[in-house]
Design a protein around this ligand. Structure first.
Ligand code: ZN
Length: 465
């Protein structure tokens, strides 16, 4: 799609600008227009192409979204969209701000919300000292429900409208999260952690119980409303071969489901996996041998994959969650993003809270730019925002529902405020191009830049409310 900019036009007198936007739950059947600068993607922007030559995105300086019953009916230049709207359609005027599809976080642990910013000595130490201790509390459904509520609000405050989420080993942790997400109408994918060894006794399931519990959760939640289930072996060290077999059996029985886990995050972890699975060619190969590489499987980190692994991920349709704030915080290492993309592996962004240091995917993109740069790859701003939106939707197999503003997509979107901070306002005023402004969002932006977050066309979070 070529870039198309349009000058502001006189407002259609049939449109009321003073209409009160509907609140949560008020979307059914109602049409509404949103006006503002709009950017969205139809594919991966060519990393080498100049900004105005990319065929993979649409940008409207004065754009419009027509939404009916929570679904995007039309996206384009304001004049065209306004002309197509039914008479007296309420208008949500966001001129001067940037409208993007809702951000998609493809790797986050909701039970670790309360241990974000806990210093450890690397991944394995951090798991022992903080993660396992925190996750024990989720045996209590009241703790799970309260934390899930805070977690979902924090996602919305940061502009994240869809996430792929780890629960704990306790099935009730996933029930609590799905109940909260369902209340808010969020499109969320989550699963119960499977882990039957190398963790405290109080967090252990068994190969059989993890299979049974996962299956019950699948039957209860998969495809209910906007929810999806993810088969969730924590990582190859904390799952016995028998448990990985059970996870593979679930993946065969329910081929449409997402699989999520971790791979090749840390050198000590990689060495441990080599000792535990001496017959496997690599860490990734452990999952491959158990049928856990497939379309809509998402593995976090992958810093220490080799060329054969990357090729295998690309060939199998397995995606990688790039979690730069976590990789920096835990001292895990620097992902070579250029190598991963060159191999054709699907990549999306992960906050990896609580190893990650922010729920904000803007901050995560800022860290991603810096980490990629240290490995010799310069990420373009357009590419960054593709990774945080449509690429995430693709990794989860949800691109028919979310990720951009194609007609028929669910109207999950965010509004970014260029005057969110004095420095951002000052710097934005001097910016000349879309590329330059996007770079400012990802370098200087955080939760303060998210003016509002809409789910199925309804504003579920407003900064100034
Ligand atoms: Zn993780």
């Amino acid at each position: 799609m070529p870039e198309r900019d349009h000058a502001p036009l006189p407002m259609n007198p049939a449109l009321r600008s003073d209409a009160t936007p509907p609140g949560p739950g008020a979307t059914a059947g109602a049409a509404r227009l949103v006006r503002g600068e709009i950017l969205h993607f139809s594919g991966a922007p060519d990393a080498g192409a100049p900004a105005d030559a990319s065929p993979a995105y649409e940008h409207y300086a004065d754009g419009g979204l027509l939404i009916e019953a929570g679904i995007v009916r039309r996206c384009g230049a304001w004049a065209e969209v306004a002309a197509a709207a039914p008479p007296a359609t309420p208008l949500d005027d966001q001129r001067g701000r940037l409208i993007l599809p809702g951000l998609v976080d493809i790797h986050v642990h909701y039970p670790q919300t309360d241990i974000i910013a806990s210093p450890g000595r690397g991944l394995l130490d951090w798991l022992e000292r903080y993660a396992f201790v925190a996750e024990r509390r989720f045996a209590d459904p009241a703790v799970a429900r309260e934390t899930a509520g805070f977690f979902c609000e924090e996602l919305l405050r940061n502009g994240t409208t869809t996430a792929l989420v780890f629960g704990t080993v306790h099935p009730q942790s996933v029930d609590a999260l799905f109940e909260v997400a369902q209340d808010r109408g969020l499109r969320l994918v989550a699963g119960k952690v499977m882990m039957d060894r190398h963790c405290p006794e109080f967090l252990r399931d068994t190969a059989q119980s993890s299979y049974d519990d996962s299956k019950r959760l699948i039957e209860r939640w998969q495809g209910v409303g906007r929810l999806g289930y993810a088969i969730t072996p924590r990582f190859a060290a904390s799952s016995s071969p028998a448990q990985l077999e059970a996870a593979g059996a679930l993946a065969r029985e329910f081929p449409q489901l997402v699989v999520q886990s971790h791979v090749a995050e840390n050198t000590a972890e990689v060495a441990w996996i080599r000792a535990l699975y001496p017959d496997s060619r690599s860490y990734l190969d452990v999952y491959d041998r158990h049928g856990l590489l497939k379309p809509h499987a998402v593995y976090a980190h992958g810093i220490y994959l080799d060329g054969a692994d990357r090729q295998r991920m690309a060939d199998s349709g397995t995606a990688l969650a790039f979690c730069p704030t976590s990789n920096l915080f835990l001292g895990s290492g620097l992902l070579d993003l250029g190598q991963v993309l060159e191999a054709g592996v699907g990549v999306g962004m992960g906050s990896d809270v609580g190893g990650g240091t922010s729920f904000s995917l803007l901050r995560t993109l800022g860290a991603a730019y810096q980490v990629a740069h240290l490995k010799g790859y310069v990420m373009r701003p357009l590419q960054a925002f593709y990774l945080a939106t449509l690429a995430g939707a693709r990794a989860l197999g949800l691109e028919q529902h979310i990720g951009n503003f194609a007609p028929g997509k669910e109207a999950d979107f965010i509004v970014l405020d260029p005057a969110a901070t004095p420095l951002l306002a000052r710097r934005m005023a001097a910016a000349q191009s879309l590329d330059e402004r996007l770079f400012l969002w990802l370098t200087l932006g955080d939760d303060r830049a998210i003016a509002s977050t809409y789910v199925m066309g309804a504003p579920l979070w407003r900064r100034d409310a």
